[in-house]
Design a protein around this ligand. Structure first.
Ligand SMILES: Cc1cc2nc3c(=O)[nH]c(=O)nc-3n(C[C@H](O)[C@H](O)[C@H](O)COP(=O)(O)O)c2cc1C
Length: 214
């Protein structure tokens, strides 16, 4: 029996800020990952645009948050967006949506974990379900390299690093963009599984699955 998740239509918002274009490259990679999944479409918004699109965000199934790490936290412009969401917070408009996050910074660590943690707490305050990166850490052995997926070794979300003297045409490197793509695809697949679980129309599938595993 085929256990592939059927192509359930879902919308995933990729919602990000980028001051100089590096995190925007990462956001585009997340978008490509989502779009690889049949049935998934993307609402691609900067955090400035998103402040005027809160009604549209009510309708999406998942939101992937992205920002550069500035001074050990999300950028100020992204925080302005966060603080503009008190209405969906109060009404529970994002409750039970899927959430995930990504960040990029100049240093290999750069305190990116603080930014990913900030996204996860923000999602929890909105009563969303956090999805982690789902990759083992790369580049942590004698046969590892900077070409590995998750070369920076984060689990909470996707991390990227852009050398401070390189523009967004050159940074972040391909491995970080592929890591971001992986996150986008993972979130889309998890979202489909979650949405499928709430669909009364597919209840009939359950006995088949139980039979084949018993
Ligand atoms: C105000 C400011 C604060 C920054 N703080 C950090 C930091 O805490 N850690 C770090 O590794 N890089 C830091 N950087 C470097 C940026 O994270 C890096 O240049 C990143 O690629 C910028 O992404 P963007 O082009 O999407 O804005 C900072 C840059 C700026 C402008």
């Amino acid at each position: 029996m085929n256990h592939e998740v059927p192509a359930i239509p879902i919308t995933v918002a990729v919602l990000f800020h980028s001051g100089f274009g590096h995190t925007a490259r990462q956001a585009e990679a997340v978008r490509r990952g989502v779009e690889r999944v049949a049935g998934a479409s993307v609402l691609f918004l900067t955090s400035d645009e998103a402040q005027g699109r809160l009604d549209d965000l009510k309708l999406v199934d998942a939101i992937i948050f992205g920002a550069p790490t500035y001074m050990g936290s999300v950028s100020g412009r992204f925080k302005t967006f966060m603080d503009s969401t008190s209405k969906p917070y109060a009404t529970g408009a994002w409750k039970d949506k899927i959430a995930a996050g990504f960040t990029n910074s100049g240093s290999k660590s750069g305190d990116k974990l603080a930014t990913l943690t900030q996204f996860a707490i923000f999602a929890a305050q909105h009563r969303m379900h956090w999805v982690n990166l789902g990759l083992p850490s790369g580049n942590n052995s004698t046969y590892g390299s900077d070409h590995d997926l998750n070369r920076l070794g984060f689990w909470l979300g996707a991390a990227a690093q852009s050398n401070n003297d390189q523009g967004p045409d050159f940074a972040p490197p391909e491995s970080d963009l592929l890591t971001a793509e992986y996150l986008g695809e993972r979130v889309a697949r998890v979202t489909q599984q979650f949405v499928r679980g709430r669909l009364p129309a597919v209840e009939g599938l359950l006995p088949d699955i139980l039979e084949s595993t018993s």
